[in-house]
Design a protein around this ligand. Sequence first.
Ligand SMILES: NC(=O)CC[C@H](N)C(=O)O
Length: 255
Amino acid sequence: MALVGVLALQGSFNEHIAALRRLGVKGVEIRKPAQLDSVASLIIPGGESTTMAKLAEYHNLFPALREFVKMGKPVWGTCAGLIFLANKAVGQKTGGQELVGGLDCTVHRNFFGSQIQSFEGELAVPELASKEGGPETFPGVFIRAPAILEVGPEVHVLADYPVPSDVLDSNSTIESPEEKIQSEKKVIVAVRQGNLLGTAFHPELTADTRWHSYFLKMANDVAEGASTSIIAVGVDLGLNNQPRNDLPIYRSIEN
Ligand SMILES: NC(=O)CC[C@H](N)C(=O)O
């Protein structure tokens, strides 16, 4: 059975591993380039992208991560992980940071503001609901969250979100491409481009495992081509599984 890697340098990698476990799938912690050879797909978690990039650089992970993406292996970036996957990031710290790239989009690193402007919002998720069942909305946990400002033609938008008014006000002096976004008053918060998935929020901090099962199915489709399966036989990826809350969950869908 093919394994799912979770980049474990910093941030919410344990929570992703716990979410995978609730679906009956083992997540493998990845800290070194050679470990990527043992996994068929990868989750890059949220955290702090500058710190994560420094650690990735220290461990010489960037070339191997880029190769992993280039080989067409499924990769899902959440929050800081989304920033890693983007071809371009704005609002970076002085000197910028290295990116893995591959996802044809521009992200704003802290679009929704500082840590205290973190929030929860219900997202309309038509594609997720049609593939995974369950409610038409998903509880988005946005922690000092990025947003996607522009996407290329190959990128499929899976969710957007209205820009909160305080964010609109505080961004009022910045030029394009934000200006364009302000007139639309919505930003993109979830995308898919081939085998790359990006979410600006943190699904691993909720009890709703549909983004994880969506990603596992993406990974499984690729693995099937290579005649190896990620999903354990008999494991149902639907919402019927009772979540095992073996790590604290920020917010459960039941309450
Ligand atoms: N929760 C998160 O991953 C926040 C990401 C943060 N905006 C960064 O630049 O890294």
